[in-house]
Design a protein around this ligand. Structure first.
Ligand SMILES: [Fe+2]
Length: 369
C-alpha cells in the first residue's frame, strides 16, 4: 500500500510562552539545547519574538508577545505556557494539505511559499485538538538556519559536557490530552487525515488505579517517526490527571513531549543539577521482586536506576528506560519525558501504575486530587 500522507518526521515543537527570552535560557541551561535562530522587532517581527533551539534532530521554538493584544499574548493568557504547534516535515505540502482537507481536516493556513536568499520553504497548517495545530513543512529547498524571517543566533550557554554536547537527540513522541469520550474521535482523525495507524499499545481499565485513570491509544505514521499518543480521562473515584490538565490548560492540548536520549542516566544527572524536577518513584517500585522478573537484564544496575527514579519497561521487542519531569511552567500542565529505547517500541505501559501513584502524590499536594 502506498503511503497516502508521507512524512519525513517531526519538524519542530512550537511553544507560546509568557517570556520567550527566559524560556530560551531555561531550555539552554537546563535541557542543554542550543539557540540557533531568532526573530523579533529588530528584524521586522513587530508583535512577537521567537527563539529557536535544537538538540540533535529535536527543534523547539519559543514565541512570546512583545505587546498586548497579540495572538500569542491571548493564547498565553488563556492556556499558560503551552504547545501551539506540532509541526511535521512532509515531502509535498500541497498534496498533504489537499488530502487533509478532503478528509475533513480544518485548514488554518493555505499552502504558501516563504522565500529568502537561502531558498524556499513551503508551509500550510491544519487544526488538531484544542487550539493545537500541525504546520506541514517542506524545507527540502532551503539551506537557511530555520525559516525565512529568522536570523542565525549564537548559543546562550556552553554545550553540556557530554558526548556530542547534547542531552537528547530527537523528539520521540508527543502526547495529547483530549476530553472524556473524544480519544477515539482523534484516533480516527489521524487515521483518516494522515493515514496514521494504531500502534499496539492500548491503555484501558487495566491500568486504572484506585484514584486516577486514563485511557490512551497511540497513532503513528507508517515509518514510526511521528508518534502521537492520545489520552482521555477515565471514570474514577477521584480526579484523573487528565481532568486536572484539561481544567488548568483550559481545554485539550499537548500533555508531554518525550525526548529520546542515548544516556538517560547522564542526562537526568545533568538536568537535575540544573534544577529540573523529576517525578519521584516509590522505592517499593525497585524493591518489588516482580520488577526484576518483568524487566530481566538491563544495561544499568537497578540501584543506579533507583537512585535517579528511572523506570523500566519491557515488551517482546526489547526494553526502555524512562523518567518524567514535573510540569515545567506555573500551571500543572505540560511536562517532559526522557526515554532511552533498547528495542522496545512501547511507551512504558507497564510503568503506568507506578507513574500514576507518583503523579497523584504531586496532585494531592496541590489540593487537586
Ligand atoms: Fe510518553
Amino acid at each position: 500500500m502506498s503511503d497516502i500522507f508521507p512524512v519525513n518526521g517531526m519538524d519542530s515543537v512550537v511553544f507560546a510562552v509568557g517570556n520567550a527570552k527566559q524560556a530560551a535560557h531555561y531550555y539552554s541551561s537546563a535541557f542543554g539545547m542550543r539557540l540557533v535562530a531568532y526573530r523579533g522587532p529588530e528584524n521586522g517581527s513587530r508583535d512577537e519574538v521567537a527563539y529557536v533551539l535544537t538538540s540533535g534532530a529535536a527543534r523547539f521554538e519559543f514565541r512570546g508577545a512583545v505587546r498586548p493584544g497579540t495572538e500569542v499574548a491571548r493564547h498565553v493568557a488563556e492556556h499558560g505556557d503551552g504547545v501551539i504547534d506540532l509541526a511535521i516535515e512532509v515531502p509535498d505540502v500541497d498534496t498533504a494539505y489537499a488530502h487533509a482537507l478532503a478528509q475533513g481536516a480544518r485548514g488554518l493556513s493555505e499552502p504558501q511559499v516563504l522565500e529568502d536568499e537561502h531558498g524556499k520553504v513551503v508551509v500550510a497548517a491544519i487544526a488538531t485538538y484544542g487550539e493545537t495545530r500541525h504546520t506541514l513543512v517542506d524545507r527540502s529547498n532551503y539551506s537557511g538556519v530555520y525559516l525565512p524571517g529568522y536570523l542565525p543566533a549564537e548559543p546562550l550557554v556552553a554545550a553540556p559536557d557530554v558526548k556530542n554536547g547534547r542531552l537528547f537527540q530527537a523528539v520521540d513522541h508527543c502526547v495529547g490530552n483530549v476530553e472524556l469520550g473524544k480519544m477515539d474521535e482523534w484516533v480516527e482523525f489521524y487515521k483518516r487525515v494522515m493515514g496514521f495507524t494504531n500502534m499496539a499499545e492500548f491503555i484501558g481499565d487495566d491500568i486504572a488505579t484506585e484514584y486516577s485513570a486514563l485511557m490512551s491509544k497511540v497513532v503513528a505514521d507508517g515509518t514510526r517517526k511521528v508518534k502521537f499518543p492520545l489520552n482521555e480521562p477515565a471514570i474514577s473515584k477521584k480526579k484523573s490527571q487528565i481532568d486536572e490538565y484539561l481544567e488548568f490548560y483550559g481545554g485539550p492540548g499537548v500533555q508531554h513531549i518525550a525526548l529520546a536520549t542515548n544516556d538517560i542516566l547522564g542526562t537526568v544527572d545533568r538536568m537535575r543539577e540544573a534544577g529540573v524536577d523529576f517525578l519521584d518513584t516509590p522505592a517499593s517500585y525497585y524493591d518489588d521482586p516482580e520488577l526484576r522478573k518483568r524487566i530481566g537484564e538491563v544495561r544499568a544496575p537497578i540501584e543506579e536506576l533507583k537512585r535517579r527514579g528511572i523506570l523500566v519497561d519491557r515488551d517482546e521487542d526489547g526494553y526502555l528506560l524512562q523518567i518524567f519531569t514535573k510540569p515545567v511552567q506555573d500551571r500543572p500542565t505540560v511536562f517532559f519525558e526522557l526515554i532511552e529505547r533498547h528495542g522496545s517500541l512501547g511507551f512504558g505501559k507497564g510503568n503506568f501504575k507506578a507513574l500514576f501513584e507518583a503523579i497523584e502524590r504531586e496532585q494531592d499536594l496541590r489540593g487537586n486530587l
